[in-house]
Design a protein around this ligand. Structure first.
Ligand SMILES: [Zn+2]
Ligand SMILES: [Zn+2]
Length: 341
């Protein structure tokens, strides 16, 4: 079968690899779409030598069940599914607590796992990692479940309630996912802070209450003005910049919450008194705890995740030129690779 494997920095190869075969308890999928995300860019542009290379990339996967390993019941070939790419150990403290997304020794499909990833004709997943898509949810949406689940999990970490004022830093795919998830839950007051004009336009069209360019004004004053001087009840930091971290703390209301979804490339120096002064709760969200995939798929079935203006498709052979490179330049938001040709 064909697969895209990462060999090292800026070295991916679309090549023939041995066919994957499902073991007991596993399912083989014919991959339909695979989304590209920031961690793929990081692996492609920054990865050093790694004993797992070459490995198949791709962890935002949708496809159709192709064959079943021994003992798999309850699903059948031909079923369209989204894949939750975490191969968890099932017995560490986190797994025992029902927090398998924080497993001590996770393998993640497309991130070095021996089982491969989504940039391949076929991929393997354990039966508990596949989520059937109802008729109203397309395979295109299926590949968006993973990033939208990251965003939705962040929302649940923020304990947002209707009527609250929310600020989102960053209008990349995760910021978009936070906005769409909030709106699906009936939270309508969402200000978005984003330096890119194209991204501001895209997220405004998706229903943000307002968009602000941090370069063209005082973000803190603007949020204060918008919230009658109180500040935001909940802030989602999806930008990962030094400035956005500081501003996220600054715009939060007394006893407000700041949820960190971003991955930071650099160290940040900050004084904990910036949260102490307002008794801000600083929380973090990583991936998606059990139950989030089901919730997102249901909201997708109800039409809460429009793709216009932020999702684009590219052919598999154009992975680098139309995917990684323009994504790194900030020219695209979410790119789905179409595996079927
Ligand atoms: Zn991702
Ligand atoms: Zn575990």
């Amino acid at each position: 079968m064909l697969a895209t494997r990462l060999y090292g920095r800026e070295d991916v190869r679309l090549e023939d690899v041995p066919d994957v075969v499902p073991d007991a308890g596993e399912i083989r999928l014919k991959v339909a779409h695979n989304g590209l995300c920031g961690s793929d860019l990081h692996m492609y542009f920054h990865s050093g030598a790694n004993q797992r290379q070459p490995f198949v990339l791709g962890h935002e996967i949708s496809g159709v069940i192709d064959s079943l390993g021994a003992g798999v019941t309850g699903v059948k070939p031909g079923t369209p599914v989204a894949v939750r790419p975490f191969l968890t150990c099932t017995h560490c403290d986190s797994c025992d607590r029902g927090l398998d997304h924080l497993c001590a020794t996770p393998e993640i499909l497309g991130c070095g796992a021996a089982q491969g990833g989504g940039l391949a004709e076929y991929c393997i997943a354990r039966a508990d990692m596949v989520f059937p898509l109802p008729q109203q949810v397309s395979l295109e949406h299926g590949a968006l479940v993973e990033p939208m689940a990251v965003a939705y999990h962040g929302i649940t970490r923020g304990d947002v309630e209707r009527g609250m004022s929310v600020v989102v830093f960053g209008a990349g795919p995760i910021g978009v996912g936070v906005l769409l998830g909030l709106r699906a839950l009936g939270i309508t007051d969402v200000l978005v802070i984003e330096p890119s004009a194209a991204r501001r336009a895209a997220i405004a069209a998706l229903g943000a209450t307002g968009v602000l360019d941090p370069a063209s004004g005082d973000v803190v004053a603007a949020v204060q003005a918008h919230t009658m001087g109180r500040g935001a009840d909940v802030v989602f930091e999806c930008a990962g910049a030094i400035a956005s971290f500081a501003q996220a703390l600054a715009v939060a209301r007394v006893r407000g919450k700041v949820v960190i979804l971003a991955v930071y490339e650099s160290q940040i120096e900050w004084n904990p008194y910036t949260i102490g002064r307002k008794e801000i709760e600083l929380r973090a969200a990583r991936a998606y705890q059990p139950g989030v995939y089901e919730a997102v798929i249901k909201l997708m079935a109800d039409g809460h995740y429009p793709t216009a203006g932020w999702v684009e498709h590219i052919p598999w052979t154009a992975l680098v030129e139309q995917g990684f490179k323009p994504l790194r330049r900030g020219e695209r938001m979410k790119v789905l690779v179409d595996l079927e040709r």
